[in-house]
Write a protein that binds this ligand. Structure first.
Ligand code: GLC
Length: 719
């Protein structure tokens, strides 16, 4: 459902749109009437409130009419948008006791139904939408319209709806039509007089419940109290991890907006995107990565989500690629990276919580009864190990499967032969992490097996997949290589380099060499590209990546998600200035300073920024729903500021720009608060000389774990 402020074509004397955490406020002055609408969703009710304020700045008394306008989205926005004429045929509306209702007698939600004849499941959509949307207001409605054609008019538009031009709704109702929600209220304003109204747009299972919600918010005062509650909620959340650095833009991003985006994305996943996704799918790998963005601030919620993803693993260790949370239905695609995201998610939870008993908790499989979290993790790793290419015909490394993290490489391994260097690097990283968990769990044999697999895979990557100055990215079913000097297009891919460093596959010199190649071949004024040069023509043996226009999305754009890993890798080799340069070039606050080029919201990450092969070079796209939200927030705190949870405690390992002389991080960890002051007297990027905790020197850079719930002062001197 959309609340669209209708503006007539008359001149506006002032306009402001202000976004805060959980609300948006639009203020307009027009024709001597000063008005504003604040939109927000209450913390615990299924509705949106619009707080409308109108003031007469004219010398004369004014007679006014207020009209609301919504276009209903009932049950499935993709269906409503794509098949609008068909979708309209199921619409039902009514107006009862000052409340306008809308529902749909058809819901194209696939649910499984057993067919008696052959005992097979079929998908059944023989349903009505199970809810009613409603629209009501704090005022007595003087007129309404439910039919779009009646209100907007056959030859008019949103700029001059017939109902507004004529100053009168027609009280239109009718089923099976293109429907809207218009409420009219007529009133007068003396000079300087102000009137305030609340509009309530909500959804309920039964019509009778709408009046309950309405009573909660049907005065300005009640709505205001709720708005204050919402602000308190966000203020509290924002305070949960605070940084103070010499760069105020960095602070604003980390403390407020990136943290906020990470929260929102953990709720939405990629489901609510108008760009892509169809509105109902929870991605497996996406959800795993989104959890990273809430772990430091809401451990309980992070644990719930972790269990949710574990529940979507099969008994053989493989995982679903995505599922519909309403029905829990899905298709199994065979993306090679999914089981590895399950592992990192469990490990991340252990590092944040220190709660080792989690490994013994029982969680069900998608297709089998519960088993311990530990065995879910082991099965995922063993499954990933089993999905390797033949040593004779291939490199003996991870198969690409349906694709890897890069969904665009979707034809590379369709015959089951193509290989993924990135998945192999991911596998290496997880082998190291799980080996460590096995060691602590007393599983020495498993630990040794995983470490020797790690060694083998690392050797293969370094001997077989090193192209001279960087690592190749993949092989396809024909044995052709992607990401080599010999390729004319797709010569060098960023992920194969950054993940080589993150997985410790690339040792010191190679790590420097491959990251220097990234800088040399991929960096642009707006940050490093996913790969270069772009694919100019579709290549059926590579996939959709080559079908995107050159410079867009996965075809050689600046894909912000991948920039996060470039920053991690640069921090791992100690190049704080370069890590920061990549951060700055892609930061939405920085990019928002050039709105005519960047064009999108300057307060959240976009999935990608068009690359130089596109005429829109520098423009952001696919904002909000991106794994960058969680990753970049964590990268800033964990890797640049270097306050990072490890299995044994909080590690202090800064990798900052050499110009910074001091900074501070306040962070909760395992129930206590750490107030960390870092000084950098010699202007270096990395290295810790001394750490003092509560007045006592400690050895090394791992902070002790406290269980007293108190604030602990940590002083760090770099050197
Ligand atoms: C999108 C998808 C994510 C994928 C990435 C790269 O962000 O949501 O799952 O890994 O694109 O293809």
């Amino acid at each position: 459902m959309n609340g669209l402020p209708i503006l007539s074509s008359r001149e506006i004397s002032s306009y402001e749109c202000r976004h805060g955490q959980g609300y948006t406020k639009v203020s307009v002055t027009q024709n001597d009437i000063e008005g504003s609408i604040t939109y927000f969703v209450p913390l615990h009710d299924n509705c949106e409130l619009w707080m409308v304020r109108l003031k007469n700045k004219d010398k004369n008394r004014r007679k006014l009419s207020l009209f609301t306008y919504v276009e209903w989205c009932l049950g499935n926005y993709a269906f409503d948008l794509i098949e609008r004429n068909f979708a309209n045929l199921f619409n039902e509306i009514s107006f009862e006791d000052n409340i306008f209702f809308a529902t749909k007698r058809y819901w194209n939600l696939p649910v499984p139904r057993r067919r008696a004849r052959d005992k097979l499941f079929s998908l059944n959509t023989n349903l009505a939408w199970d809810k009613f949307a409603f629209l009501t207001a704090s005022f007595k409605v003087d007129g309404f319209d439910g039919l779009k054609e009646k209100f907007v008019g056959m030859y008019n538009s949103w700029l001059n709806p017939k109902g507004v031009v004529e100053g009168k709704c027609t009280n239109s109702l009718g089923d099976g039509e293109d429907i809207v929600g218009v409420l009219q209220h007529d009133f007068e304003l003396e000079p300087e007089e102000e009137k305030k109204f609340v509009i309530i747009l909500g959804v309920v299972f039964e019509k009778k419940d709408a009046s309950g919600i309405t009573q909660k918010f049907d005065t300005w005062e009640k709505a205001e109290i709720e708005f204050e509650r919402l602000k308190r909620y966000w203020n509290h959340y924002i305070q949960s991890l605070i940084v103070e650095t010499p760069d105020k833009d960095f602070d604003l991003q980390v403390n407020v907006w990136n943290k906020y985006q990470a929260w929102v994305i953990a709720r939405w996943s990629r489901m609510d995107s108008y760009y892509i996704g169809g509105g109902s799918i929870l991605g497996f790998r996406d959800t795993c990565q989104d959890i990273m963005g809430i772990l430091p601030t809401n451990l309980r919620w992070a644990k719930e989500r972790t269990i949710l993803v574990i529940e979507h693993q099969f008994q053989d260790g493989s995982c679903l690629h995505n599922w519909d949370p309403r029905t829990n239905l899905s298709t199994k695609t065979g993306h090679s990276d999914d089981p590895l995201w399950l592992i990192i998610t469990i490990i991340n939870y252990l590092k944040e919580s220190g709660n080792w008993s989690f490994l013994n908790e029982l969680v069900k499989f998608y297709d089998a009864p519960p088993a311990t979290v530990y065995s879910h993790m082991i099965k995922a790793l063993d499954y990933a190990l089993s999905m390797r290419s033949s040593e004779l015909a291939g490199f003996g490394i991870s198969l690409m499967g349906a694709a890897d993290w890069n969904d665009g490489l979707d034809q590379v391994g369709k015959e089951g032969i193509g290989e993924s260097i990135m998945t192999t690097e991911f596998l290496c990283w997880m082998l190291l992490e799980v080996a460590e968990v096995c060691r602590r769990n007393g599983d020495k044999e498993m630990m040794e097996r995983y470490l020797s697999e790690y060694k083998r895979m690392k050797e293969k990557l370094n001997f077989l997949c090193w192209d001279g100055r960087w690592y190749i990215r993949a092989t396809n079913d024909k044995g052709e290589i992607l990401g080599s000097e010999k390729n004319e297009e797709g010569k060098i891919y960023i992920n194969a380099q950054t993940w080589a460093v993150m997985s410790k596959v690339a040792e010191k010199e190679r790590a420097i060499q491959c990251l220097d190649s990234v800088k040399e071949h991929l960096d642009t004024e707006y940050g490093p590209l996913m790969f270069a040069p772009a694919y100019k023509e579709p290549d059926p043996d590579i996939g959709i990546i080559t079908r995107f226009s050159p410079g867009t999305k996965e075809n050689a754009a600046i894909f912000n998600h991948t920039v996060c890993w470039a920053i991690v890798a640069e921090c791992m080799i100690g190049r704080g200035d370069r890590a920061y340069e990549y951060f700055k070039k892609t930061s939405f606050i920085e990019r928002g300073k050039e709105p005519d080029i960047y064009k999108v919201e300057p307060y959240v990450y976009a999935e990608f920024v068009y690359g130089p092969d596109s005429i829109d070079f520098g423009q952001g796209s696919f904002t909000w729903t991106t794994g960058t939200a969680a990753w970049m927030w964590r990268v800033c705190v964990d890797w640049i500021l270097g306050v990072r949870p490890e299995l044994d405690g909080l590690k202090i390992d800064p990798c900052i720009p050499s110009g910074w002389r001091k900074y501070r991080v306040r962070r909760q960890f395992r129930g206590s608060e750490y107030d960390i002051f870092v000084t950098n007297p010699h202007g270096i990027c990395k290295g810790v000389q001394k750490i003092v905790v509560d007045g006592q020197d400690i050895k090394g850079n791992l902070l002790p774990v406290f269980t007293d719930g108190k604030v602990h002062k940590v002083e760090v001197v770099m050197g």
